[in-house]
Design a protein around this ligand. Structure first.
Ligand code: ADP
Ligand code: ZN
Length: 435
């Protein structure tokens, strides 16, 4: 089934024509409503009327996460506050999170894009669908929730945590579909084992997994242990949230909702566009967004756009899996974590030398984060034979980290000079997860 055959199966030429029109409109719109973009376009000597076709997109300036942070909180918002009906926030690098406001039309488009994904995964109105992404400021929970309602399946707003109760509901209610991070899916499987629930005892058949990188191997393991078929769903809050792209039954790349989000792949160093099939940084322009439209937003995600047609009948272009990042962002338990956030905490405390290491691992299918920090010599000398003092210092650091990162980190204090020095560029992350 295809949710919106008109838009998902439009001919290449018609799609380019539609994208060109929408691009012109969005440039006109931001020119008049977002001073940041007006100034950028004026600097480049571009008027909205210079943008006529989708090919003209390369004339436009890029937008980065830093631009969003510099214009915190509402600087890039184009719609008046009275038109904004929802605000989400994504974790920032240091300090300010990224704020994204949505108008009613935006939420409607988002819900439809999400309904397109679910339909491509084979979800129907008969399904009972559990949303186990985080509800709240993250886009995962509410984004998926509205999509399920939009397409008419029954939604169970489970959220994360409370895993045993959730599994009881999955079993007792005959839940057939679930949206969550792939690592949470594996955690569910573990918990099922612990509770003695077998996959034969549940009716799960479809999983919508995303918000973090995962592998084919993980897919196979999740499918085997939960007895369902797992589909990839991709998105980011700056552009919309989950549903920017989605796998179809062919599972050969993810179709992009390109009538709303225009993709480009660029070389992250030269910023030159790259041809189909080549891996580079994924860039999106929102073609219809009212709340916070973005021109050529650099996602920092590395992937390629796939050439050729898909057997499923959809003509929307496909992107390959996310192969990495062009910055140092980590995704730990679904939360974006930047080493620079840890650095800012370490530097803010007198007790520590600016030497730290993030050790990320996956234990029993759950991501773990350990932060190692070197104590300053005087602190080390005065505390190393009083375990209580060390303990207190660890707690103090752990508390500060938690409030900045939004996830708990295990802290390990180290003696001066014991964190390995790298030759050349300093290394602040050891990621032992095999992704
Ligand atoms: P969300 O709340 O949807 O996770 P964020 O804006 O916090 O949105 O994070 C978006 C980032 O998450 C993306 O830029 C990408 O790095 C990662 N991500 C989201 N979905 C996937 C996916 N299916 N595969 C790999 N990475 C993903
Ligand atoms: Zn397809």
């Amino acid at each position: 089934m295809i949710y919106n055959p008109t838009m998902e199966c439009l001919s290449h030429d018609k799609m380019r024509e539609l994208q060109g029109k929408r691009l012109h409109n969005i440039v006109e719109y931001v020119y008049h409503n977002v001073p940041f973009y007006r100034h950028k376009l004026q600097e480049l000597d571009i008027l909205p009327d210079d943008i006529k076709t989708i090919e003209d997109i390369t004339k436009l300036p890029f937008t980065t996460k830093k631009d969003l942070r510099d214009n915190y909180p509402f600087g890039l918002q184009a719609a008046p506050q009275s038109e904004i009906i929802r605000v989400h926030a994504s974790s920032g690098t240091t300090g300010n999170p990224t704020i994204v406001g949505y108008t009613r039309k935006d939420v409607g488009i988002w819900s439809e894009c999400m309904a397109r994904c679910l339909t491509a995964f084979g979800v129907t109105r008969e399904d009972i669908f559990s949303v186990a992404y985080g509800y709240g400021l993250f886009t995962g929970g509410l984004g998926a929730h509205y999509g399920v309602e939009h397409m008419g399946a029954s939604v169970i707003p489970a959220g994360t945590g409370n895993t045993e109760k959730h599994l009881k509901l999955i079993r007792d209610l005959g839940v057939t579909g679930i949206a969550c991070t792939p690592s949470y899916a594996l955690y569910l499987a573990e918990t099922m084992d612990k509770m003695g629930i077998r996959k034969e005892d549940v009716r799960l058949r479809v999983g919508a997994f995303g918000a973090e990188p995962w592998t084919e191997q993980m897919r196979r393991e999740i499918e085997l242990r939960l007895g369902l078929k797992g589909y990839n769903i991709y998105g980011l809050s700056e552009i919309m949230g989950p549903s920017v792209s989605y796998e179809c039954q062919e599972q050969h790349g993810s179709h992009i909702n390109e009538d709303h989000f225009y993709p480009e792949i660029i070389n992250p160093t030269t910023l030159e566009p790259l041809p189909l099939g080549q891996t580079g940084e994924l860039v999106f322009t929102t073609l219809t967004k009212e709340g916070m439209p973005l021109l050529r937003y650099r996602t920092r995600d590395l992937c390629s756009l796939l050439p050729g047609e898909c057997q499923c009948g959809r003509t929307n272009i496909r992107m390959g899996r996310i192969e990495g990042r062009s910055d140092d962002m980590l995704i730990i338990r679904g939360i974006n974590v930047f080493p620079s956030q840890v650095e800012s905490v370490v530097l803010s405390m007198q007790e520590f030398a600016p030497r730290y290491m993030l050790v990320v691992d996956r234990v029993n299918n759950l991501d773990t984060l350990q932060v190692q920090v070197e104590m300053r010599q005087e602190v080390f000398t005065s505390t190393f034979d009083t375990p209580a003092a060390v303990d207190q210092l660890e707690k103090k650091l752990a508390g500060k980290l938690k409030s900045v990162l939004s996830i708990a980190a295990k802290v390990q204090l180290k003696a001066p000079g014991t964190i390995e020095r790298s030759q050349g560029k300093s290394v602040h992350v050891i990621d032992k997860r095999k992704l």
